[in-house]
Design a protein around this ligand. Structure first.
Ligand code: ADP
Length: 469
């Protein structure tokens, strides 16, 4: 299982380990270099001191260990001076436990060399080459090579044990300090990881409290760090949407039950009354007519709900094809012409027959039917219903106008909601179930378009905007 806390701790410790290790390696290497450089400096100075003990006697180099009352510097503890042929001119008393590195005069070797003795000790050896002028009995040393000169090699050595001890001590100190730093930082990162995760645990606890029944609760952003404010804002927005969704769902279920309960009660009542005593044929026909009307209104509600549910679930996505709105409008006019004619309402359209839109023909017909049907039902007797369509840019605009009483402004924002009616008693009289406009909106939005309404005391205009694709 992935653990954020563990990853934070391991990640920070890995970075820390890398930093500490690089620091240790660098410090150790720098110290070692400095120690060796200091040692080499001492050793080369010692070779210089030893060279001051050289003289030329009868044209030959001679080593004189005497200090001559301080006129010559003291000799180093371990050294040797050899000539070009390897013959020893002088050396420190006592044997050495290592073998001197071979070197011939003239070898440029500005740095010391490390050698290992047979006993496993390490020594540092500085090798200095020197030419001595042999002519005219001069004992002056001269770096300029001349024929009358002799090449000598002066080597001085010092055991590296002190340096090694110092480096070992440094390594132990570094290891100790590094371990302590690592442990302190480990504890620190454990604590920090806990602190960093604390707001998440708090958010989690707060969200746990928000159940379906307490969806109105919101997280207080001010009690969290500023970096978490966008997350809190988004969570609160999601809770808002969830809350509204649940409220809508509850409202919808209540409305749907109510819509069906009223006609169902009326139907049962009518059947009960009908069954109380024997009826004449005329009475039976009339009762059946009433009942059929009630059953049809219930059917309209159920079908509307089913359609909306299918569209909600995305099962009835539009199967788009090229459709001529003029054909659909003509067809709708033909189907509701009788009802409109009975109310003295005129139907007219000025839609170019060649105008085509990309839409699901059944869904677009249903949307237009609902709008035109409303325009007839909520019109004044003798009024007019007109439909217009035009293309602007990459959109098609279809307008359904009526000359009815219009919709009061305070109702306008809600008329596309399911089961919403401006005047329920009037809607009942006109046979509406309050689902027509929500179906229209669902269909048009399913096509990527939008539907809007403009309404005044002289009538309403419903506008559908459909995009090309
Ligand atoms: P209904 O089936 O009740 O007509 P709709 O969803 O189609 O349901 O319409 C919702 C409400 O909007 C209607 O009850 C009505 O009050 C109002 N309405 C819709 N269209 C018009 C219109 N053209 N003129 C006036 N009011 C309208």
């Amino acid at each position: 299982m992935r653990s954020l806390r563990l990853r934070l701790i391991v990640g920070s410790l890995l970075v820390l380990a890398a930093v500490i290790l690089s620091f240790d390696v660098f410090t150790y290497a720098a110290k070692r270099r400095a120690l060796l450089e200091a040692l080499d400096g001492r050793l080369f100075a010692a070779t210089q001191a030893a060279s001051r003990h050289l003289e030329i006697e009868s044209g030959k180099p001679v080593f004189d260990p005497a200090e001559e009352n301080g006129a010559r510097p003291p000799l180093p503890p371990v050294f040797r001076i050899i000539d070009e042929k390897g013959g020893t001119l002088g050396q420190s008393p006592g044997p050495v436990s290592f073998s001197w590195p071979a070197s011939t005069a003239g070898d440029p070797n500005p740095r010391g060399t490390t050698i290992r003795s047979g006993r496993g000790e390490t020594w540092r050896v500085a090798t200095w080459t020197e030419r001595l002028e042999t002519d005219a009995g001069t004992a002056e040393k001269n770096a300029v090579h001349s024929d009358a000169s002799v090449g000598l090699v002066i080597q001085c050595a010092e055991s590296l044990s002190a340096t090694a001890r110092e480096l070992r001590e440094l390594a132990s100190l570094l290891a100790l300090v590094s371990l302590a730093a690592f442990l302190i930082a480990g504890g620190g990162s454990f604590w920090l990881a806990g602190r960093a995760l604390r707001p998440i645990l708090r958010i989690n606890a707060a969200l746990e409290e928000v159940s379906e029944t307490r969806l109105d609760r919101r997280l207080d952003a001010s009690s969290f760090d500023v970096e978490l404010h966008p997350l809190i804002t988004r969570l609160n927005a999601a809770l808002d949407r969830l809350d509204k969704g649940f409220q809508r769902e509850r409202q919808f279920t209540a409305d749907a039950s109510h819509e069906l309960r009223t006609p169902l009660a009326a139907l049962l009542n009518s059947i009960e009354v009908l069954l109380r005593r024997p009826r004449t044929e005329a009475e039976l026909v009339e009762a059946h007519r009433d009942n059929e009307k009630t059953a049809r209104s219930m059917q309209a509600v159920v079908e509307g709900l089913l359609l909306l549910a299918r569209m909600d679930a995305g099962k009835a996505g539009p199967a788009k094809e090229s459709v001529a709105p003029a054909d659909l409008i003509e067809d709708i006019f033909a189907s509701i012409g009788r009802e409109a004619g009975a109310a003295g309402i005129r139907l007219a359209h000025s839609v170019d027959p060649s105008l085509r839109v990309q839409a699901d023909p059944h869904q677009l017909r249903l949307a237009l039917l609902n709008l035109i049907d409303n325009a007839v039902r909520y019109n004044r007797p003798g009024g007019l219903v007109s439909v217009e369509a035009r293309r602007t840019g990459e959109r098609t605009i279809i307008e359904v106008r009526d000359t009815g009483l219009g919709i009061p402004p305070d109702h306008l924002p809600r008329i596309f909601e399911r089961f919403y009616r401006v005047d329920p008693s009037r809607a009942e009289a006109t046979g509406g179930c309050g689902l027509g406009l929500s179906i229209v909106r669902k269909i048009i939005e399913g096509h990527g378009g939008r539907v809007s309404v403009f309404s005044g005391p002289d009538g309403s205009i419903f506008t559908i905007v459909l995009p090309d694709a």
